[in-house]
Design a protein around this ligand. Structure first.
Ligand code: HPA
Ligand code: ZN
Length: 339
């Protein structure tokens, strides 16, 4: 349709996609076979009997933690540098087809390291995928190291120190910032406070998942304890008008993932995602895919779902696209090129 092609052609930036969340059941089963990784037994877990059965199960996530239990099993098939490169490359092909010009992508090294995959293997594989996208598509890409809240903060510190000592956060290095994800309600809201303070003092860019399932106090912790420059999700801002005002004043970009919010039961329908409210209040946000292989669609699917529910004007779409360019962690020249 006409609007679909307008949204496809709109220069898009993606800021909230987990590379491990791009692992389709097809690739999962093929890597499991190749790497000799045992997935759950189909006799006790019938959803692991086929790609179709897994897709069917993905239609019925009950919460963030229910989704995460599949996400962390899925990524256990990744072993070799080539696996990481192939996964990243699959994502970039989809993103390119959807009209993404610039992508900032998350990955969770702690999970891989705990399974015995060296940090270097993970980073070199993902980086190779990023470089291929830059070479073949002229996309710009940034890798964001994500800490996971269900594992000890001391593990996260070790990964940060290793990355820092390797020079990965320096100009021309593999990494461009840090993030925090996984279970929200439960772990301490400020569990990575020391790491974020160190990152801040070293000039490393910072974002954090907050206000997805958790109340606005999680967003306050990300802003105050982490000095986070962006908030990933942030939808629970709707429960605090004063905090929403602060986010507007401080020009914090929210990376909103509408389809994810429906799949993980944050809202019943896309029309309840506060797109209209954020536009009217002047909250800057980008629209993103989060875990596209698990939620049934990449970034354009999210743009189209928002259009279907809200019927935004061309001017409003241009505002959204412009805010997402300006909120990107990329050089000024590149921003001007994309505008
Ligand atoms: N929230 C928290 N952690 C995650 C998500 C998410 O949406 N996706 C992958 N890890
Ligand atoms: Zn996420």
């Amino acid at each position: 349709s006409k609007i679909h092609s307008f949204l496809q052609q709109l220069p898009k930036c993606e800021h909230h996609v987990h590379l491990e969340g791009c692992l389709t059941p097809e690739l999962m089963f093929s890597l499991a076979a190749r790497n000799g990784v045992t997935l759950p037994d189909p006799d006790t877990r019938p959803e692991f009997s086929s790609a179709e059965a897994l897709y069917e199960r993905y239609e019925h996530f009950t919460s963030l933690d229910d989704f995460l239990s599949y996400y962390f099993i899925g990524m256990s098939v990744l072993k070799q540098k080539d696996d990481y490169e192939a996964l990243a490359w699959e994502y970039f092909q989809k993103a390119h087809a959807d009209g993404v010009h610039h992508a900032e992508v998350f990955f969770d090294p702690q999970e891989h390291i705990n399974r015995g995959v060296p940090y270097e293997t993970v980073v070199m594989g993902f980086k190779a995928g990023c470089q291929r996208a830059e070479r073949e598509y002229g996309m710009t890409t940034k890798l964001i190291l994500c800490f996971v809240k269900h594992l000890p903060a001391s593990d996260a510190s070790k990964v940060f120190d290793l990355a820092w000592e390797r020079g990965d956060f320096e100009l021309g290095g593999a990494l461009h910032g840090i993030g925090a994800s996984s279970s929200e309600v439960g772990p301490p809201k400020d569990m990575f406070k020391e790491i974020y303070a160190t990152a801040h003092s070293k000039g490393v860019q910072r974002t954090a998942h907050a206000g997805e399932e958790g109340d606005p106090s999680y967003i306050i912790a990300a802003l105050d304890a982490y000095k986070s420059q962006r908030i990933d999700h942030g939808i629970r801002l709707i429960d605090s008008p004063s905090l929403m005002e602060r986010v507007v004043q401080e020009e914090i970009l929210l990376t909103v993932c509408p389809v994810s919010n429906i799949k993980l039961r944050c809202f019943d329908h896309i029309s309840q995602v506060p797109i209209r409210m954020f536009l009217d209040a002047g909250v800057k946000f980008s629209i993103n895919s989060d875990d596209p292989a698990y939620f049934g669609g990449f970034i354009l699917h999210n743009y189209c779902a928002v259009q279907e529910a809200f019927g935004l004007s061309v001017t409003e779409w241009r505002t959204i696209a412009l805010n997402s360019i300006q909120g990107s962690w990329v050089e000024q020249d590149r921003k001007l090129e994309m505008e």
